[in-house]
Design a protein around this ligand. Structure first.
Ligand code: P53
Length: 477
């Protein structure tokens, strides 16, 4: 093989809460994203107690995709997208999360959106839970620390599968389910699981419980989905951030191995249908009182995913600490160290294209299932010129370098990759910072961090570059 497969799924990705706006339109309920403020470049977003007057919530309007999607999808078609990855905002379908009947107006919105895509032969790729858990499930149930969320999620998933069974073939259950391995970071547990840690609680144990209920919910959804349409391709989705040993010291190598095991236990379970042996022992040794039943384990075995979706932005370096007696534990907040061997983005993210080839090979060796790169991109400051151009050569360079490595993994190494949907199709609200100025899109949106701007759309230089990449099926980068 010297070229990419003809049916390779080129596209672009976003998530509902980061583009739609319309946060309370047509019966939509509040999600976790609706109670998060904006932060500066290195700060953390504040999570407020419900929606507070006088605070600015960037996701409430986002980039107005809820209203402007017909024109936006037309621009995606102009770029030549074969697929478009977005999520279904759970709170449009079940506004509080615990209702038994879905909200028809919410369902109808996604019918219109998917029809708009299919009109241009753009295949929707749909994430069910992308950092937008109903806020009511946080306040009433404590989020995914509560087993009831398994029922609520599978009810939501089943409603979507039934409604869109003839429109959507590619599904993903939980976005970047493994981010919460960084359990000391409030943002990760809140956005992944709707979990807030109480004083005195062991955050690591709560993460393992919430993560368990999620992999069970995912496994049940996979089985339900396949009953509704056997052609469905239902995937897991992880943030593929490989952890390198900071040095060649054996303790750093052990640390990196455990980091990889810890970061990817979620996909181990979702792809292989069972817990890795180290983790079962680790959880016992730590005396975490976890609710993991035999029936759960049977569900995991029956609900293996069809493929693995991944985001790839950056790599990590990890190091053991001198005062550690157990070098075989992992705490992301403490163990990640600066990697000065690679350049960094304006937001301090490691830029490491070869890490993508490494990652694809690593995942293929471990899982032997098709892979789908459903996010890859760089957040950068874009400058809109007076004649409405955006010369984003840095974005073109980043994406080209990564596509080159993806091609090496596919063509030289034989790794099966189904498609590539860079982040993001259009400018979005950054998940971690809430900024508009951390731009990712091929399409510029005139909207600023302070909530001002006309919401007009402009094509960046990368728009035309990517159009040509798709046209040549990745031959001419
Ligand atoms: P932002 C952490 C590590 C890798 C990807 O991120 C991550 C995160 C969480 O911030 O998130 C994914 O907007 C996520 C998207 C997000 C994108 O990467 O924080 O799936 O929702 O926008 C970029 O710069």
């Amino acid at each position: 093989m010297t070229a990419l497969p003809k049916n390779f799924l080129w596209g672009g990705a976003v998530a509902a809460h980061q583009v739609e706006g319309g946060y309370n339109a047509e019966g939509k309920g509040l999600s976790v994203a609706d109670v998060m403020t904006a932060a500066g470049n290195y700060g953390e977003r504040q999570i407020t107690d419900g929606v507070q007057p006088g605070e600015f919530y960037p996701n409430h309007d986002a980039v107005d995709f809820y209203h402007q999607y017909p024109e936006d999808v037309k621009l995606f078609a102009e770029m030549g997208f074969k697929c478009f990855r977005t999520s279904i905002a759970w709170t449009r379908i079940f506004p509080q999360g615990d209702e038994t009947e879905p909200n028809e107006e919410g369902l109808a919105f996604y019918d219109r959106l998917f029809d708009a895509c299919l009109k241009y032969n753009i295949e929707p790729v749909v994430t069910l839970s992308h950092f937008e858990i109903p806020y009511h499930l946080v306040t009433e149930y404590g989020g995914f620390r509560n087993r009831k969320l398994v029922t609520f999620f599978t009810r939501f998933a089943t409603a979507c599968f039934k409604r869109y069974k003839d429109k959507v073939k590619y599904w993903l259950t939980f976005n970047e389910i493994n981010n919460q391995i960084d359990y000391d970071r409030t943002f990760s547990l809140f956005t992944n699981s709707g979990v807030q840690i109480k004083p005195g609680e062991n955050a690591e144990a709560v993460m393992y419980q919430a993560g368990h209920y999620e992999v069970v919910a995912s496994a049940i959804a996979v089985q339900e989905g396949h009953k509704i349409n056997p052609d469905f391709q239902i995937g897991a989705m992880i943030a593929m951030t490989p952890a390198y040993p900071a040095t060649d010291k054996p303790v750093d190598i052990l640390k990196a191995q455990r980091a990889m095991q810890a970061r990817f236990w979620f996909s181990d379970v979702q792809v292989q249908g069972r817990y890795p042996s180290w983790l079962t022992r680790y959880q016992k040794a730590k005396h975490f009182a976890l609710d993991i039943t035999d029936d759960d384990l049977a569900q995991l075995e029956k609900g293996k995913v069809d493929y693995l979706g991944l985001s790839y932005y950056k790599s990590f370096a990890v190091a053991a600490h001198d005062d550690e007696d157990d070098y075989y534990s992992y705490n992301e907040t403490n163990d990640v160290v600066e990697n000065d061997k690679v350049p960094h983005s304006d937001w301090g993210w490691e830029v490491d294209p070869r890490g993508l080839r490494y990652s694809l090979n690593w995942l293929n060796d471990r899982y032997h299932v098709p892979l789908f790169i459903v996010e890859n991109g760089i957040g950068a400051i874009d400058k809109l010129t007076d004649d409405h151009k955006i010369h984003d050569q840095y974005r073109i360079d980043y994406l080209r370098d990564h596509i080159e490595q993806m091609k090496l993994a596919m063509i030289d190494d034989g790794v099966p990759v189904m498609g590539y949907t860079p982040w993001s199709a259009i400018d979005i609200v950054s998940a971690s910072t809430g900024q508009l100025s951390k731009r990712y899109g091929f399409i510029y949106v005139d909207r600023n961090d302070d909530g001002k701007g006309s919401m007009a759309r402009y094509k960046k230089d990368s728009f035309y570059w990517y159009q040509h990449v798709i046209e040549t099926n990745g031959d001419d980068l």
